[in-house]
Design a protein around this ligand. Structure first.
Ligand code: SF4
Ligand code: SF4
Length: 501
């Protein structure tokens, strides 16, 4: 008898009293977990295929289902825990790199949770955001510090290309191909309604979405998928992707199954072929090379669009950012270690990079020290989970944040971390037409608008509590933050005092 080494992480529990054999769970599960047995006259489950996406649990009309972690345990071992053992079994069976998706689930410190926000009391009164105007609008791009006048003494407009956001939040890069048409449409519609931006990722721009161009950031990544003149012209800004927080130092890989007809047309690659973007841009080996691409893209678009350079948060991120600021880029986007992705080698995702909080503090500090902070805007992403994280990011020096996992959760994602399998039961990370239909872009965009509107209210409340009525006044205002349970080294890097000081 062959030994079964398969992963059996989840157990499907079905309450026989409640189950009415309606087979909804069977129809909803793309992983084929549920099956009706005519012989037994009841539903059965293949727990081995369950990824715990919770679709069946959410739609079971009688609440008969529960997915639990399989209580079966290997003999206790602090060093060789179950996950470590299962990885060995998997790789011994496949000989392949372990793949996973979304951000790392490993328990690295989340510095946002170790930072607290200030509030005014008595002497510096707080502001009531329901009665007083609060300004959450930001502009991203180069801010000129000099007032220039022409020969006749008239002020010269020195403002370069900027992006204007009603609230300092943007939807981060998620490519068409890694996520579905309806997920993209939800993001595009919501960005338009909210007066913010969504990002094409490296998959090109579907022709149906050109109408959302003024709220679109078009990305140029190392694979150059879908990049051509109309694409560059279509967006409000162009982002050069050098790195990604979930997989710093490596390229992208979209499996051939996800390259369906529309995705292939948009990416300009043959159907069914793996879309592999190389780890480096093959024309960029220095800041000078980067500068050439920045200016090529500006030249190609008549100097009308700001250029963003996106990097992963890595050990020497401050020095890298300093170089990028001098490359002519208008905005630097930094993607932190805990950032999500559609597919990444598990070992890279869980072990490479640094947390965004530390990277942001270091970069802001270095750019200020070098007197070039106003030459660029800083956008950070990689595990922004709520409005408080955003307030803390702005106070640490960010001009705005990118969110992606949070946006997908708003669309219904249940963080099962199986996007790379292409069978997302929530219609998000899939190109299967039957699954894509499950996400209604009208409902999706409305939920995204609700989320960002709610966060905007909360940001205003926190700003009001600090006695601040403009997000600009919060930017880099680290006096508004205090650390709890952090070492002196961590406090020094974050540039904040400990609570009580
Ligand atoms: S959806 Fe619920 S009630 Fe219907 S078959 Fe599945 S477990 Fe039974
Ligand atoms: S997008 Fe879909 S497949 Fe990916 S984690 Fe969310 S629910 Fe799972």
């Amino acid at each position: 008898m062959p030994i079964n080494y398969d992963d059996n992480t989840y157990e499907v529990l079905r309450d026989r009293e409640r189950c009415i054999n309606c087979r909804v769970c069977e129809r909803q599960c793309a992983n084929l977990v549920h099956k009706y047995s005519a012989e037994l006259s009841r539903m059965t489950a293949d727990c081995m295929s369950c990824v715990d996406c919770q679709r069946c649990v959410s739609l079971c009309p009688t609440r008969a289902l529960k997915i639990i972690k399989n209580p079966n345990v290997y003999r206790e071992n602090a060093n060789w825990n179950s996950a470590a053992i299962k990885s060995i079994y998997k790789q011994a069976g496949s000989g392949g790199v372990l793949l996973s998706s979304m951000g790392t689930p490993e328990p690295y410190p989340v510095y946002w949770d170790k930072i607290l926000i200030n509030a005014s009391q008595v002497t510096n009164p707080s502001i009531d955001p329901l009665r007083e105007p609060m300004e959450t609008r930001v502009s991203l791009g180069h801010i000129s510090q000099d007032i220039e006048r022409d020969a006749s003494g008239r002020l010269v407009n020195t403002v370069k290309q900027t992006l204007s956001l009603d609230v300092p939040i943007m939807f981060s890069a998620m490519s068409y191909g890694s996520i579905s048409y309806n997920a993209h449409k939800s993001l595009a519609k919501a960005a338009e309604k909210l007066g913010i931006y969504y990002n094409t990722g490296e998959g090109g721009l579907h022709k149906d979405f050109y109408g959302y161009g003024k709220n679109t950031i078009v990305q140029v990544a190392s694979g150059r998928f879908g990049v051509f003149k109309d694409y560059l012209d279509a967006g409000a800004a162009i982002e050069i992707k050098m790195g990604q927080g979930a997989k710093p130092g490596i390229g992208g890989h979209l499996p051939g199954e996800k390259i369906v007809e529309d995705v292939s047309k948009t990416r300009m690659i043959p159907m069914g072929t793996d879309a592999i973007s190389p780890a480096p841009h093959h024309d960029i080996y220095s800041i000078e090379d980067l500068r050439q691409l920045v200016f090529s893209l500006k030249e190609a678009t008549n100097y009308l669009k700001p250029v963003i350079v996106k990097i992963a948060a890595v050990h020497n991120v401050a020095a890298i950012a300093s170089g990028i600021a001098r490359s002519g880029a208008d905005i630097i986007a930094i993607d932190g270690f805990r950032g999500g992705t559609g597919a990444a080698p598990t070992r890279i995702r869980d072990n490479v990079g640094i947390p965004i909080e530390l990277a942001l503090a270091e970069v802001d500090e270095r750019l200020r020290r070098e007197g070039i902070r106003n030459d660029v805007s800083l956008v950070v992403g990689g595990s922004i989970r709520n409005s408080a994280d955003i307030v803390k990011a702005v106070a640490l020096g960010a001009d705005a944040v990118y969110i992606a996992t949070g946006a997908l959760l708003a669309l219904g994602c249940h963080l099962c971390r199986s996007c790379h399998l292409g069978k997302c039961n929530w219609g998000i990370a899939t190109q299967n037409p039957e699954l894509v239909k499950r996400l209604n872009p009208e409902v999706g965009s409305e939920r995204l608008v609700n989320l960002i509107t709610a966060w905007k209210h909360e940001i205003e409340e926190m700003m009001g509590g600090m006695g601040i009525n403009s997000i600009e006044a919060l930017k880099g205002n680290r006096l508004m933050l205090r650390g709890v349970g952090l070492s002196q080294k961590e406090l020094d890097i974050l540039g904040i005092k400990h609570a009580g000081e």
